[in-house]
Design a protein around this ligand. Structure first.
Ligand code: DUC
Ligand code: ZN
Ligand code: ZN
Length: 480
């Protein structure tokens, strides 16, 4: 069994920080030790097979991105990262587990959708991976099949109140699925936007000649997110289902979540880095480049970017501080401009929705520590510990403690990270652009260990395709 000692660093958890050495044996954390201490009369550093010097650096549990879409068939094309490229990019950015979404559509069996996702991922991932189940066709067969998902290690499913004709569930279907959630303890994840109303607004905008990407965000007005969030909350209350609202971007939607939580409901929400940093105004401003006014397509995602003037970004940061929002995922759903986003030239409705960011979440959120938006401990909590608890992985993941998987990141607060794709910059995601072009981070992912194996060291990838294993998850450990 290979032993590794990470020495000299500051170990940061969701609840505090301490100078400590981390001893790893094989794939697991063995002990947290006083710096330089002996263990049973033995000099630990001298006897370890490998010593990683973390002096002046933070030692944190590996990031868990609980919302990714690798190889998702969507919008007439397929998300451009495979499980291989996407998880390798994640590792570069200090994320050591992802939870992706297996897909079932109308007329398909849930079991087949799940099997297809296992097929895509198995043997291809650089880091550990789990699945949520998208149920895009709620019928009697699907409802019955959902009850068996916890035994497969799938303890959460996602429904869509948006995308009529694709993934959409009406209120009756949502209600029935939430009854399964109540009975099984599975978490209901909700894409909360009023899809039918949005589609009418989008059609009217296009008919009026307003076809540029910017109008994607105008059609998907915050009222449609607030209304759907409220409806999801009320259906969850009625059924007793625990509810987790994905990619929250409107401050009014957060108000709905806070209201329900104040009443004691098990209701939770995530936001994504794009809703903290990027805005509708940024999208409008990006109108001169090789793609002309179509440049804004880079930031077409759903829920959409919101107006900075209306204060949505600040409201998201505030909600992360107050725990009205509990965690940050990426909704990583990358598409290239060439041949993919371009499908929507002349009609924003045809732009495949999605932003790639799995590689940048840890850095972007660390920048929130630098600017004083969140504390160091909250950074770890939002990006690793709460995702583990929320989705039934805690103890194994999300914490540096004896017995946990040795998923560890050595993060250098004095390093720099330049994000982008153009002008000599690059990233590891399979995309021909970056939604984060020009972002400069005061911090850097130095070393990444996945179950005890160094997979990234000083920017060099040392892992291999197939290192990552499927994570059978338990029920949420976050409910109260
Ligand atoms: N939102 C996106 O931006 N992409 C994929 C699906 C979704 O809900
Ligand atoms: Zn969604
Ligand atoms: Zn998504």
């Amino acid at each position: 069994m290979t032993t590794t000692l990470i020495t000299g660093g500051t170990v940061v958890s969701a609840t505090g920080r301490a100078a400590a050495d981390v001893l790893i044996g094989g794939e697991r954390i063995v002990a947290l030790l006083e710096p330089g201490s002996e263990l049973l009369g033995t000099d630990v550093a001298a006897s370890a097979d490998r010593v990683i010097d973390a002096t002046g650096k933070y030692v944190i549990p590996g990031g868990i991105d609980a919302h990714t879409h690798m190889q998702l068939p969507f919008g007439g094309t397929e998300a451009s990262d495979t499980f291989e490229t996407g998880t390798r990019a994640a590792a570069h950015g200090g994320t050591t587990s992802i939870i992706d979404f297996a897909v079932q559509r109308y007329g398909e069996r849930v079991q087949d959708g799940l099997a297809a996702w296992h097929e895509k991922a198995a043997g291809n991932c650089a880091i550990d991976y789990g699945f949520h189940q998208i149920v895009g066709g709620v019928d009697d067969d699907a409802l019955a099949a959902m009850r068996a998902l916890p035994d497969e290690g799938i303890s959460s499913f996602k429904l869509f109140m948006a995308y009529p004709g694709v993934f959409y569930s009406d209120d009756a279907q949502v209600l029935k699925a939430m009854q399964v959630s109540r009975d099984t303890g599975m978490l209901t994840m909700m894409h909360a936007e009023n899809g039918p109303a949005i589609d009418v607004l989008a059609e009217q905008l296009v008919a009026a000649g307003k076809t540029d990407p910017y109008f994607h965000g105008i059609a998907r007005a915050w009222e449609m997110e607030e209304e759907a969030t409220h409806r999801a909350i009320m259906l969850a209350k009625l059924t007793g289902a625990p509810l987790y609202v994905v990619h929250v971007s409107a401050k009014q939607a957060v108000e709905q979540l806070a209201w329900a939580r104040d009443k004691g409901q098990n209701v939770f929400g995530e936001t994504c880095p794009q809703y903290l940093y990027l805005s509708l105004e940024d999208q409008l401003a990006a109108s001169s480049d090789q793609w002309g006014a179509f440049e804004g397509a880079k930031w077409v995602c759903s829920t959409p970017l919101r107006s900075r003037e209306e204060g949505h970004q600040q409201a998201m940061w505030q909600a992360l501080r107050t725990n009205d929002l509990q965690m940050v995922s990426t909704d990583h759903c990358p598409f290239c401009m060439k041949d993919q986003k371009e499908l929507g030239l002349g009609d924003f409705r045809k732009i495949p929705n999605g932003i790639g960011g799995v590689e940048h979440r840890m850095d972007l959120m660390y920048q929130g520590v630098v600017t004083g938006e969140i504390t160091l401990e909250r950074w770890v909590e939002l990006t690793s510990t709460t995702p583990a608890r929320m989705f039934g992985l805690y103890g194994r993941k999300g914490v540096i403690q004896p017995g946990a998987d040795a998923d560890v990141v050595v993060y250098d607060p004095n390093g720099r990270t330049s994000i982008g794709y153009g002008e000599g910059r690059t990233h590891h995601m399979n995309m021909d652009h970056s939604a984060w072009e020009g972002f400069e981070i005061d911090g850097h992912v130095d070393t990444v260990l996945s179950r005890g194996k160094v997979v990234v060291d000083g920017g060099e990838y040392l892992g291999a395709k197939g290192d990552g294993r499927f994570l059978k998850r338990g029920l949420s450990q976050y409910l109260s």
